[in-house]
Design a protein around this ligand. Structure first.
Ligand SMILES: Cc1cc2nc3c(=O)[nH]c(=O)nc-3n(C[C@H](O)[C@H](O)[C@H](O)COP(=O)(O)OP(=O)(O)OC[C@H]3O[C@@H](n4cnc5c(N)ncnc54)[C@H](O)[C@@H]3O)c2cc1C
Length: 397
């Protein structure tokens, strides 16, 4: 596993392109370390057009993607809770996380083995036990893994907490203006804004979510694919609202993909939020794997997409079935391995990029902010060893 090399001297001024969760977390981490930081955000800091739309994000430690992620999630969880205490706001709602599927499902096996290896608090139960506790339905021979640490993050509250801590450390946030391109001279790096202004600094951080590729040199764009995903909120009609409000966050490892949902809540929309992370059938049909352009993506959920989510509810949480209260479209920016991309630009180490969060980055924002700040400021010190930079090097860096 490659580690991120740390070289260079402390930077004085930093421009962060993109005021999403990663940009704000990076700005805050940099300012805490003494940098003078300006964030440039094309829309408003919290917006529905980039990758953090949809009001809530799952946080889970039973990370079937790999146990290497777990220390970063734990670091982030500690930070989310501390941020929430200071902001006097609940940022992380610890509902617990229930994952279920056939006992031979490889990703469910991976989730359970990560719990074991990382000594997480977890419980594996049979279908009958799960059904007694919650209104989920599943075949008799399926199993569930419950981790009490799981839950969801409240996107707006999280980002406002980052912003106010960052501003308290002196960070300036410019909203409603887009960076057209990153400009490099021998001495300084800067950004050209779409209103014609130029801003210059010692270092640039690019955390532009689905727009990251357009700010990268062409040869580094290739592995980053923007994928469209639908989020939908059902308005349950079955009269079981109380039981649905007590649900954990849940995920179904189905033979054809990974689907997940939330308890009934009033987070942005009153309803049971549901989404699809992967759906191999749709990918085979060329639907979910179709690259999109964030400026042209179809932001309406299609009838087929909603029907496939309705099927999941009917099969596994019938008490939540009802008309859609709301639906929206959001974009992943995925790397070939679905690992993150946090690195310096090979041709200009004054520019650090953090992107390719592949549909699972939000929960990591506090740790990503720290990693970015350390990369920018060239700080040493102990940190987890990660291979997240691999993709950029593979792309020719
Ligand atoms: C449907 C969906 C579900 C998800 N579920 C989860 C989940 O349950 N758990 C989890 O941990 N993660 C989840 N994620 C992933 C998570 O939301 C993203 O990893 C995270 O939002 C990435 O943050 P970011 O700051 O890199 O990008 P964004 O959130 O996209 O923010 C980037 C910001 O940069 C701005 N910007 C872009 N270009 C420019 C420019 N040229 N100039 C100025 N500003 C610019 C944008 O306007 C935007 O505000 C999900 C993502 C999606 C799409």
């Amino acid at each position: 596993m490659a580690s991120i090399a740390v070289v260079g001297t402390a930077a004085q001024s930093v421009i962060v392109v993109g005021g999403g969760p990663m940009g704000l977390a990076s700005a805050w981490a940099l300012a805490k370390r003494g940098a003078s930081v300006t964030v440039v955000e094309r829309f408003e800091v919290v917006n529905a057009l980039s990758s953090h739309g949809g009001f809530t994000r799952v946080i889970r430690q039973a990370y079937h993607e790999g146990s290497d992620y777990v220390p970063l999630i734990q670091e982030s969880e500690t930070e989310w809770l501390a941020l929430g205490r200071r902001a006097k706001q609940t940022l992380l709602v610890q509902t617990g996380l229930l994952e279920f599927g056939a006992p031979e499902h490889p990703e469910l096996i991976d989730a359970i083995s990560v719990c074991e290896r990382m000594q997480l608090d977890y419980e594996v139960t049979d279908a009958a036990t799960t059904r007694r506790r919650w209104p989920f339905t599943m075949p008799d021979d399926w199993i569930s893994c419950f981790t009490p640490s799981g839950g969801y993050l409240r996107v707006r509250q999280c980002m406002e907490a980052f912003r106010s801590e960052a501003e308290r450390c002196g960070v300036s946030v410019l909203e409603g203006v887009a960076v057209q391109r990153v400009a490099q001279t021998g001495k300084r790096v800067g950004v050209v804004l779409d209103d014609g202004r130029q801003l210059w600094a010692d270092r640039i951080v690019v955390t532009a979510g689905p727009w990251l590729p357009s700010l990268l040199p062409p040869r580094l764009r290739q592995g980053l694919v923007r994928l469209r995903r639908v989020l939908a909120w059902s308005k349950p009609q079955g009269g079981r609202d109380e039981a649905l409000r007590r649900l954990p966050v849940w995920a179904a490892f189905l033979p054809h993909g990974f689907f997940y949902g939330f308890p009934l809540s009033d987070e942005g929309v009153t309803g049971v939020k549901l989404a699809c992370h992967t759906n191999f059938l749709a990918e085979e049909a060329g639907v979910l794997s179709q690259p999109v352009d964030p400026d042209r993506v179809d932001r309406d959920a299609g009838a087929k997409e909603l029907a496939s989510l309705a099927e999941i509810l009917a099969a596994h949480l019938p008490a939540a079935v009802g008309p859609w209260a709301h639906h929206t479209v959001c974009m992943y920016t995925s790397t070939p391995s679905w690992d993150f991309l946090i690195d310096r630009l090979p041709d200009d180490p004054r520019v650090v990029i953090a992107g390719g969060f592949s549909g699972h980055g939000f929960k990591f924002a506090p740790a990503v902010g720290r990693l970015v700040a350390e990369l920018v400021l060239g700080e040493g010190g102990p940190r987890a060893d990660f291979s997240f930079a691999r993709h950029l090097r593979d792309a020719g860096g």
